[in-house]
Ligand binder design. Structure first.
Ligand code: PLP
Length: 457
């Protein structure tokens, strides 16, 4: 039997999981079945049903450690990687990153609570957002969480809180550095059309404005230039720009102790993707900040970065069961699975591409059939793969989609009243539940039928 070349045959980069399509513990048994974290995927579905999110603990920990190790190697000052929890927020993820010594970035009271419940120390949490509510800001200040000021409205409220409590508050500000990134190209512009952060041209006014407050102490700068970025130059430029802003701030009496360069390192979703390693990314940003500080004779600030996707995406897979087929002669064959846009909205939202295989035939032996993999939702655009080759695929087979750890579960919905999948953690042949499967009844919990409608019926 001829074996087709498969992405599953590529060498694994154990140091930088974002350079692989599959979790680093992925293996194929002698009888040709897919295993991750030492667990048979087929057996997990028998026990936990499908669709199923799975996270591989070893891949997660490797990614966290790669950031820590590279920062220690390349940056002589203080540093801290901060996990961007929007990528995948849960008590488990918060606990795991805390156990690896990382901080956490949150953008809502929900993400803040999740981080605290998971054991992330308050002082290692940063709170972002372009429209924080009063309640959220007060919650963050009360819990000594670092607030990143995104706009004048944030500033006004923090000034009010610090004045009314007669207490100094340390703040960081977010600005748009004029670097616009698409995955494969970037441009530097005078200003940048973004809802987040202060325009770079406004910073001098802002520094003066903060100097005029009684209790606000500006101690940090933040910028984030985009996501799924494969180029290193934008982050090199970012380091230089941020250091130049430290100098501007100094003119207004602000001593910047912390530089947060955001996240954005891409991962390998498909064979053509070739992201830099975590080590290369950290080396680039570290060297850029180091050199610029040396040039201007500045003390080294604490270097913070906020990776999300490159920490959690490659560790995650999603398993679906194949149901109906619809053959349209001369056009395509639709194969429908038991999930779709409610558990993974990225393909319909951003036309994102993934890699996948059959769990019972991962190497795609004897493949000659092309399919369009459709979700089960009432949207024609609910398509996970426009065209994929899968050998002898039939109803009841399992499909594994790789690289789904980030922005899948966290962006999931209950569209069509479809319950969210369970999530498992796998490690050394053991599987543990980290998110229970929702049931259709769970989804009724928050529905209310006003009394007068009950009487009518
Ligand atoms: C402020 C901020 N930090 C960090 C991230 C994480 O980015 P990524 O997942 O690409 O590393 C994002 C993502 O949108 C972000 O907005």
């Amino acid at each position: 039997m001829e074996e087709k070349k498969s992405f599953l045959k590529q060498n694994i980069d154990f140091d930088s999981p974002n350079k692989n399509i599959v979790p680093i513990t992925t293996s194929i048994s002698s009888d040709g079945k897919l295993y991750v974290g030492g667990c048979s995927i087929e057996e997990l579905v028998k026990k936990y049903d499908s669709p199923l999110y799975i996270l591989d603990e070893i891949t997660l920990r490797k990614s966290c450690r790669a950031y820590k190790k590279a920062l220690e190697k390349y940056y002589p000052g203080e540093s801290l990687p901060i996990y961007a929890s929007k990528a995948n927020s849960s008590i488990f993820m918060s606990n795991l990153v805390a156990s690896e010594g990382l901080g956490l970035d949150a953008v809502s009271e929900g993400e803040l609570l999740t981080a605290l419940k998971g054991g992330v120390p308050n002082e290692k949490i940063v709170f972002h957002g372009n429209n924080k509510s009063d309640k959220e800001i007060e919650f963050a200040v009360r819990n000594n969480i670092n607030v990143i000021v995104d706009n004048d409205y944030d500033l006004e409220r923090l000034e009010e809180i610090s004045n009314s409590s007669n207490r100094d508050l340390e703040i960081m500000i977010r600005f748009t550095p004029g670097i616009e990134c698409h995955t494969h190209e970037y441009i530097r512009t005078g200003s940048f059309d973004s809802k987040f952060g202060f325009g770079i041209e406004y910073l001098n006014t802002l520094f003066q404005r903060i100097s005029n407050t009684k209790h606000l102490k500006l101690n940090g700068l933040h910028a984030h230039i985009g996501s799924q970025i494969f180029e290193l130059d934008p982050h090199k430029d970012l380091g230089e720009i941020m250091v130049s802003v430290i100098l501007d701030a100094k003119k207004y009496g602000h001593y910047i102790k912390k530089l947060n360069v955001g996240g954005g390192l891409g991962i390998k979703y498909i064979e053509d993707d070739d992201p830099p390693s975590i080590d290369e990314w950290v080396r680039t940003i570290s060297n850029s900040v180091l050199k610029a500080c040396e040039k201007h004779n500045l003390d080294l600030p604490t270097l913070l970065c906020e990776p999300g996707r490159s920490i959690v995406s490659t560790a995650g897979i999603t398993i679906y069961k194949v149901g109906a087929f619809k053959k349209i002669p001369g056009i395509r064959t639709y194969l429908s699975v038991d999930g779709g846009m409610s558990d993974n909205p990225r393909p319909i939202t951003y036309q994102s591409s993934y890699s996948a295989c059959l769990v019972s035939n991962p190497f795609n032996i004897n493949s000659k059939n092309k399919f369009t993999i459709a979700g089960k939702h009432c949207e024609s655009g609910d398509v996970l793969f426009k065209e994929i080759e899968l050998a002898n695929c039939k109803t009841g087979d399992l499909i594994c989609v790789f690289g789904t750890g980030a922005y899948n579960n966290s962006m999931s919905s209950n569209y069509n009243r479809i319950p969210r999948p369970a999530a498992l953690l796998v490690c050394d042949g053991e599987a543990e539940i980290i998110q229970k499967r929702e049931s259709p009844l769970d989804l009724l919990k928050y529905d209310v039928l006003p009394d007068r409608f009950i009487k009518q019926n």
